[in-house]
Design a protein around this ligand. Sequence first.
Ligand SMILES: *Cc1c(COP(=O)(O)O)cnc(C)c1O
Length: 468
Amino acid sequence: MQAYPLEPSAEEMQRMGEDALAFLTTFIGDLPEAPAVDLEGIEEVVASLHEGPPEEGSDFAPLLHVIATAAAKGFNPAGPGYLAFIPGGGLFAAAVADFLACGVNRFVNLWSPSPALVRLEQNVVRWLCDLFGYPLAARGILTSGGSISNLSAIVTARTSLLGEDFSNGTLYVSDQTHASVAKAAVLAGFPRRNVRVAPTAAASFRLDAESLRGMIEADRGEGLRPFCIVANAGTTNTGAIDPIADLVGLARREGMWLHVDAAYGGFFQLTERGQALFRGIEEADSITLDPHKGMFLPYGTGALLVRDGAKLRDAHHVAADYLQDLAHEGELPNFSEYSPELSRDFRGLRVWLPLKLHGFAAFRAALDEKLDLARHLYEALRTFDGFEVLEPELSVVAFRYRPHSGDADEFNRGLLERINASRRVFLSSTILEGRFTLRACILCHRTHLDRIEEAAAIIRRAARDPAR
Ligand SMILES: *Cc1c(COP(=O)(O)O)cnc(C)c1O
């Protein structure tokens, strides 16, 4: 068989596409039975795939086989048993959208090259703004993930409130805030010490607006310029939600920017319970979302919404002569003027197609189910002697076991290993109040009650029979 030319014939494209589709439908169909984690023989597999540059081409079938072999190993964030870190998902409709977006390969980060496709992406951005009650002046961008969204948010707050001389500007996070916020501040040019870390309340892991106010006041007294508060709408550790309305009030009184990091929790806003928990979020200056978490989309899909869209543009727009033939902002935005990127993938279609195909109702139902599943796991563990379980606010269940004797951290480290050795579920751990803690994050659209009941049984068995 000869290698494919750069432009395959119609029959060749058809065959390649059908083979890829056959692989993917089988892969997805097998996910319920696939291990939640598979690292067996991983060194050999990795070593066998180490290769030099291919001078000549190859047939497609052996390459598809390589992809299948490689994809079978490692963590399986697309599967129903994956409860570690923040699960992924990966909707099939999004894979189809990416296939189509890459195939048509249109440029969408300025509007005039593809007005109609930009219309689709701007619809998505506007729907997200509507979800959070943002006014028509709001603007948003689709990013590669929450980290870049947080970066653009910090840069926007910095430009808007501090101008170009900002080295004494300080921002405020909690001891539960995702590390990407401190990283964003450092990348935005702030000394690391300007990221002020406020302690959270015991057990709730929430920021306290009153003690934060004291910290801000003290910093002002030192000649610092407090400019930004970052509130969590669902922390990565436990799903804790800061008192957003109180923090918005504090930011207003202090003349500061209030950014909400809702990368993990944001899409629970689709549910009634989520809306009640996030009360006040519509007044936040900016919101980070991660559709590749709460919308079950593939990695590489984040979002940032900014209430006063002009400020997002002010912080990112730099003109260039070689773009002079392209139209200025009109009814449609030039996304590149709101973001660090110029050329990029057409992320909008990856969000638009699943939303149009399934409707918001399907996402709302799936997220409501995740909230119920977290309650279910909480009850199943709480009622079992020896477990300390944190009541979930969203879909993260944090817990540890209190052994009768011996080092508790060591016991829980072993417990995590025994649970994960089942390969039916895969959990991760964190440190809470100085202690090793296990956490189950339920966010994949493929995770249902049967797997959560199985998880509870596996966890209880692993705690009861340490020898196994
Ligand atoms: C995942 C996460 C981030 C980082 O998002 P990426 O998409 O991984 O870059 C930021 N904040 C929170 C709360 C998160 O859960």
